[in-house]
Design a protein around this ligand. Sequence first.
Ligand code: FES
Length: 76
Amino acid sequence: MATIKVRQNGSLLVEGDDVTLIDWNGNPYPLAKRPFALCRCGHSTKKPFCDGSHSRMGFAAAEAALGPDAADKPAV
Ligand code: FES
């Protein structure tokens, strides 16, 4: 099973051994390590992977999942 974790003010962390990341042509990206992080800020120089640029750019995102059992609060 794969899990995608939305990091607060950061990347999308993809966990799981049964995950293949493919481009628009269906070609797989080589995955040097697992878990791996995908950029969602748009500033990475290694897209689709996160290179840590989100911190330098001050990326902010407050999309915490809220539900009856949510343990986290929205980012501020
Ligand atoms: S989310 Fe990390 S560089 Fe974009």
